[in-house]
Write a protein that binds this ligand. Structure first.
Ligand code: FAD
Ligand code: NAD
Length: 473
């Protein structure tokens, strides 16, 4: 019998958590393998998540801009149309470029790629085994002292609504619709719903969003979410809040979606496509966790301690499969941290300074705590606000709608959170995340020189406004 190959670390899953963990581990000199069941590397994020959604958001936004905002600049476009096939081809090209890029990075860093479904099994002498079953059914077994579970998440299902991948789709299906729906009924006004709803609304679909809560974008600062709702409504998205979807039925080319309002009165709405976007759940099927005794928490996530280790020594977990925000950069940072811990260092993730962005138009971005969270926790805070309106760059861009809200501790002035709705919010939030990482006060940020004319001046003015010193208010 051939000898079982041994690695210092075997990462299961090649999403942003897994592939970044593998690269960092290899950089630190660990002999590293990464197991992936799908044909391409990069996980949800690169294949069917962040990247393809942003490609379509950008294409549809260009089309919307050509129709609605170029005239303001004096640019005349006589006939504006779009070719959906070209948009899809572009999306696929970008995905292929990035997933191929990860493959090259694996080669460059001498990471062994193991293709197939990974299952963890007990080894001898405190080692773990990972059994990899390839598409042809063949098995390869490797041995390691450290397994990192990075198996990510999959869309949550909704009782009474069967995804048929034709009329009723999840986010993956909604990225690949071959034609623009006439009426897209969206279940869930979360991040996926609003991003993909924006894509299809811009391309001409009527979009109705059914949301269980009385607000959109749970988790986003309330004032910002209300502003987003107003803006998206103006762009043609219809919201039905307080609507609990209980079922959907395909009838030929139409789908009847049933929902209950707060008083339990029953309603129906009919569309030609339905997108179910009610959250994602951790994916652990087939990993063999029961066999090796790895515990899950009450929500089916792999339970870990502060050093990312499960209840079984030598088995770690990162990213969507474990607690915390389901974000690519959170998964990446955990991947880096766990690799550094495995190499004998001190990996660490600051969960108070993880930005999140919704790529609607305008963008919505936040970092740190919301006003509601600070209120609930009884933390005394001051609020600085500044609108995009008076900012020269915003006016030049034709993007004068938006605001930045800075939240700082009332006594120490330390920045506790920042929430933005407005053009390029996703880029602006980076400076606040760095400031928070360094424990900056709103005064620190306000006293830092910001180039003129830039949108970053709005962030500075919001910081100044914490001390009621905004200059252009
Ligand atoms: P994943 O990316 O889910 O990767 C897990 C990988 O593990 C997969 O490739 C899977 O095939 C593999 N795998 C699972 N089990 C096994 C096994 N037993 N053996 C071998 N391989 C296995 N986040 C952002 O931060 N920004 C965004 O703009 C953004 N947009 C998104 C848009 C959409 C439409 C969706 C669906 C998600 C989006 N996300 C975004 C979320 C982001 O994709 C996830 O947070 C991120 O991919 C999680 O990374 P991960 O490494 O934990 O897992
Ligand atoms: P989400 O948790 O953001 O939103 C789901 C929404 O569905 C919630 O508002 C919830 O109240 C609603 N809902 C649940 N059950 C319902 C029912 N029966 N009827 C009506 N509404 C119902 O989830 P999502 O939008 O599916 O996204 C999943 C995850 O993917 C997010 O948590 C996010 O972390 C990640 N993601 C991130 C980005 C980004 O960073 N830009 C983009 C897309 C996805």
């Amino acid at each position: 019998m051939s000898e079982i190959e041994r690695f210092d670390v075997v990462v299961v899953g090649s999403g942003p958590g897994g592939y970044v963990c593998a690269i960092r581990a290899a950089q630190l000199g660990l002999k590293t393998a990464c197991v992936e069941k799908d044909a391409t590397l990069g996980g949800t994020c690169l294949n069917v998540g962040c990247i393809p959604s942003k490609a379509l958001l950008e294409s549809s936004e260009r089309y919307a801009a050509a129709r609605h905002s170029l005239a303001e600049h004096g640019v005349k476009v006589s006939e504006v149309g779009f070719d959906l096939d070209v948009m899809h081809e572009r999306r696929k090209r970008i995905v292929a470029q990035l997933t191929g890029g990860v493959e090259l990075l694996f080669k460059k860093n001498k990471i062994t790629r193991l293709s197939g479904m990974g299952r963890i099994a007990s080894g001898e002498g405190g080692l773990h085994r990972v059994v990899v079953t390839g598409a042809d059914g063949g098995e390869r077994v490797v041995e390691t002292s450290a397994v990192v579970i990075a198996t990510g998440s999959v869309p949550s299902s909704l009782r009474g609504v069967t995804i048929d991948h034709q009329r009723i789709v999840d986010s993956t299906g909604a990225l690949e619709l071959p034609k623009v729906p006439e009426h897209l009924v969206l279940i869930g006004a979360g991040v996926i719903g609003l991003e993909l709803g924006s894509v299809w609304a811009r391309l001409g679909a009527k979009v109705t969003v059914l949301e269980y809560l009385e607000r959109i974008l749970p988790g986003v600062d309330g004032e910002i979410a209300r502003a987003a709702e107003r803006t998206l409504k103006a762009q043609g998205l219809d919201f039905v809040l307080g609507a609990r979807v209980t079922g959907a039925e395909v009838q030929g080319e139409r789908v009847v979606v049933r929902w209950l309002d707060k008083s339990e009165a029953a309603h129906e709405i009919v569309g030609d496509r339905v997108l179910v976007a009610v959250g994602r759940r951790p994916f652990t099927a087939g990993l063999g966790l029961e066999d090796v005794g790895v515990a899950l928490d009450e929500r089916g996530r792999v339970a870990i301690d502060d050093a990312f280790q499960t209840n079984v020594a030598g088995i770690f977990a990162i990213g969507d499969v474990t607690r915390g925000a389901m974000l690519a950069h959170k998964a990446e940072d955990e991947g880096i941290a766990v690799a550094e811990i495995l190499a004998g260092g001190h990996g660490h993730v600051n969960y108070d300074a993880i930005p999140s962005i919704v790529y609607t138009h305008p963008e919505i971005a936040g970092v740190g705590r919301t006003e509601e969270e600070l209120g609930e926790a009884g933390v005394p805070f001051v609020k600085g606000r500044f609108k995009y309106g008076p900012n020269g760059r915003a006016l030049a861009l034709g993007e004068s709608e938006g605001m930045v809200k800075m939240l700082a501790h009332a006594e120490t002035d330390r920045i506790l959170g920042c929430h933005i709705i407005g053009a390029r919010a996703g880029d602006l939030i980076a400076e606040v995340a760095v400031a928070m990482e360094f424990g900056a006060s709103s005064e620190d940020l306000a006293r830092s020189c910001h180039a003129h004319p830039t949108l970053s001046e709005v962030v500075r003015e919001a910081a100044l406004d914490c001390a009621r010193r905004a200059l252009h208010k």
